[in-house]
Structures are given as structure tokens and as C-alpha cells.
Design a protein around this ligand. Sequence first.
Ligand code: SF4
Length: 237
Amino acid sequence: MASPFRISAKNLGALALPSLCPRCFWIQAHVGNKLPYQIFPGIFSSIDTYVKRVVIGSFDRHKAAPSWLADLGKLSGYRIPPHHTKFNVLVQDVTVLVSGTPDGIFVRGDGSYLIVDYKTAKFTEYQDELFPMYDAQLNAYAFIGEHSGFSPVSGLALVYTEPVTDDRAAASDAHTLSDGFSMDFSAKILPVTIDAEKTPNLCRRAREIYDLESPPEPRAGCKDCNLLENLIQIASR
Ligand code: SF4
């Protein structure tokens, strides 16, 4: 049996993007998080964490989801999403271990689970070019959930939280505080279809690329690999 290859639900989701570069995927899979220039603005994770606290706080204080999640339907409670070391599954036939931590797990009236991911981004329905990645990431959470004590998973959704930055909001005195200002966010729900085959199929593709002995050819039209090659040549003079 091949040694297990571990991959996060998010990185697995990247394989669903039409623009995926197999060479980039191979490098990332073999080098992991030691790649340079992996800086992600911390403000987005702060907002995501804040949203999670707002939602959980609503359940704890009012025994109900906040009204802006009404489009998710009736929710009777929530579960604290497990750490990725507890929320994972081995896809046996390709020995790929998929793991992750969903942003939110809610319990529906019938006892089934609804898994959500929060995105601080402009809502564009299904036009978001990253939608295939988000879709695959959420489906990976559903797949893991079914094998990790959260069965059945009956729903998936993206919750977009979009900053309200129009002129009216900017002119509102309600947003002026003594020590700064506040900003509103509007929430939009985008349902995601459950596809039980998506995760095993992507794991097969991930294994194929990972098992290549050397990185695949650069993607046609991408100049960055040539630039890197030039840099290496200049640096080695
Ligand atoms: S071709 Fe472009 S996208 Fe692919 S590995 Fe090179 S730099 Fe990355």
C-alpha cells in the first residue's frame, strides 16, 4: 500500500479549479507550507473568527441562529467543529488522508447536519471564479463528516459576509465611535449541492499528481516559472 498522502480540504478543493496548474500543486504537495511568499492578510481570518463568535453567541443567548442566517432554514443548534486531527478520513483506495476544520456545523430539526464556510468577499452567486474550489472544499467537509460522527450531512452552504461601503453607510453617524468607526456587513447565503463522488474523484487526481517523480511541465502561458528560472540562473553566476 502507498504511504498516506495528507491533504487539507482546501488544497484538495484547489484541484477543482479549471485554472489549476498541476506543477504548482505538485510543488505545494511536496514542499508543504515551507514555500516563501505565503503571506495572507490576517484581517480576513479575524473577521471569520468574529463571525463565528457572533453566530455561536446568538445560539447561546437566544437558542437560535441570527436572523441573517434565516435562509439556511430552521436550525436547532450547533456543534463546535473538531480540530483537523479529529476531523479527517482516509480515502482507502488511494491512501489519501483528507482533513480540515469547517467554519460552522449546525444541527437541523431532523437531527441531520448543515456545514457552512464563511467568506469575507463580495457576493457574486456562482460567478465567483473560486466557486469550484469552495464547492469542493465544502463537499470534502461533508465527506469527512459522514465518516467522523456527523452523519447524515444534509446541507452545505457558503455564507458570504460583504462589507457595506456605500456613501450612505459612510455618512451614517451611527458608524462614528469615540475611538474609531464601525462597518456593517451584509450576509448572503449560497447553497452548495452535495456530491458524494467529488471528494474520492479529487483524491484520485491528487494522488496521480503527487506520485509523479518530478514536477509536471509549467502551465502554458504562465511566465512566472520562466522568471524563476532566470532568477536562479542570475543567482548562481
Ligand atoms: S507554471 Fe505558473 S502556476 Fe505553474 S508552477 Fe509555474 S509559476 Fe506556478
